[in-house]
Design a protein around this ligand. Structure first.
Ligand code: ASP
Ligand code: MG
Length: 412
């Protein structure tokens, strides 16, 4: 008998009518003989509303109580789906995080899962019961307080539950029908991928594709959970195909480039003429790390006078002002002649496991962008991806150019 976890995001459970539609998807799998655990998000917009209420209640609030508030959205949808399933004549019950229990650490607001006990849900399967699980939440064992997993965390709930239940698959139902070669709003000729490897998906999710919470892909990779991204807006009686995220070994045709991701949430900073001597990089990046500012790309130019050098790096767009202020305040300690920077940059990345065995992949991109007159400000590479920082104004042109270059356009 197949065992499935089915996860439905906020837009899929936005109102009772949509919850009824979700129930039809569940019924299809149950009728086909599967044991099913369903994981639900809060109704779309609900979590934002709850977060706003916390802020309104007090400018500084106890993160544990924030979790108590924001975890409530998922309780509502889990209860409602169980009611609807029962009304359809199915056997179902809802589960809150602490009832399972899904145990996490104490990092309220961004807790990490420590263990998921599948025993009670599996006992329910033996009685023919569908488990309807509130996503996004867990419990800290020592304090008994409710925790949440960070925004978008119900994807991670679902994958972790699938691992604990030894499910055959984790189906993530969302408002798109899969993972695309790039954002279809930017490139209309983007295609849905049939399969993508865990590693590629991890890169795509961290580099700007927003289909899944990054953490959920990490959990899927570690536990080898076959994760299927598909649309909840399909006819429940006749669903279409989605994208399977799976082990590399299950992918027969390994593409050199599988997808193009981009992130506008980047800012560039450059320090001119810093001393070219040991300890300078530490003097710059140590304080940034202490201030919890994530540095991504770093380029240090080889100096021509052997005395000074230029260092360029990127930080998240939202941290631009803070990073700048911090470096200005340390100008004397670091020693530089000028601090320059702009938030108007975008990081464009090409990802593909085939890059491991092909050379010259990035060089083709550099040439193609040069032919369009696009200047590359910074480059980084790793085993299965390379990223380029360019002016934000050229985002569309660059993404389209690379998409075509690597043969990703859907055939007309
Ligand atoms: N409801 C939570 C959020 O909006 C968790 C989720 O939907 O995955 O972030
Ligand atoms: Mg989501």
């Amino acid at each position: 008998m197949a065992r499935l976890v089915m996860k439905f995001g906020g837009t899929s459970v936005a109102n009772v009518e949509r919850i009824r539609n979700v129930a039809r998807h569940v019924k299809r799998e149950v009728d086909a003989g599967a044991e099913v655990a369903v994981v639900v998000s809060a109704m779309s917009g609900k979590t934002n509303e709850l977060v706003a209420w916390c802020r309104e209640a007090a400018p500084v609030y106890d993160p544990a109580e924030y979790d108590a508030v924001v975890a409530s959205g998922e309780l509502v949808t889990a209860g409602l789906l169980a009611i609807v399933l029962k009304d359809m004549g199915l056997n179902a019950r809802s589960w809150q995080g602490w009832q399972i229990p899904l145990a996490t650490d104490a990092a309220h607001g961004a807790a990490r899962i420590e263990s998921v006990d599948g025993a009670r849900i599996i006992a329910g399967f033996a009685k023919g019961e569908i488990a309807v699980v509130a996503g996004f939440q867990g419990v800290h064992a020592e304090t008994g307080q409710v925790t949440t997993l960070g925004r978008g965390g119900s994807d991670t709930s679902a994958v972790a539950l699938a691992a604990a239940l030894h499910a055959d698959r984790c189906d993530i139902y969302t408002d798109v029908d899969g993972v695309y070669t790039t954002d279809p709003r930017v490139v209309p000729r983007a295609q849905r991928l049939d399969r993508v490897s865990f590693e590629e998906m991890l890169e795509m999710a961290s580099l700007g594709a927003k289909v899944l919470q990054v953490r959920s892909v990490e959990v899927a990779m570690v536990h080898n959970v076959r994760t299927y991204v598909r649309s909840s807006f399909d006819d429940p009686a006749d669903p279409r195909l989605g994208t399977l995220i799976c082990d590399e070994e299950d992918i027969v045709e390994k593409q050199v480039v599988t997808g193009i991701a981009f992130s506008r949430d980047e800012a560039q900073l450059t320090l001119r003429k810093v001393a070219d001597k040991p300890g300078v990089a530490a003097a710059i990046f140590g304080p940034l790390a202490e201030a919890n500012i994530n540095v991504d790309m770093i380029i240090q130019v080889v100096s021509d006078d052997a005395a000074t050098t230029d260092i360029t790096f990127t930080v998240p767009g939202a941290e631009f002002d803070r990073a700048k202020a911090l470096l200005e305040s340390r100008r004397d300690k670091i020693g530089y002649t000028a601090l320059q920077g702009t938030p108007d940059v975008v990081k464009i990345s090409a990802i593909g496991i085939g890059m491991r065995s092909h050379s010259g992949v990035a060089a083709r991109a550099f040439k193609a962008l040069a032919e369009k007159g696009i200047n590359i400000r910074a480059i980084t590479t790793s085993e299965i991806k390379f990223s380029m920082l360019i002016d934000e104004a050229y985002t569309e042109l660059a993404v389209r150019t690379l998409h075509t270059l690597y043969g990703l356009d859907v055939k007309a």
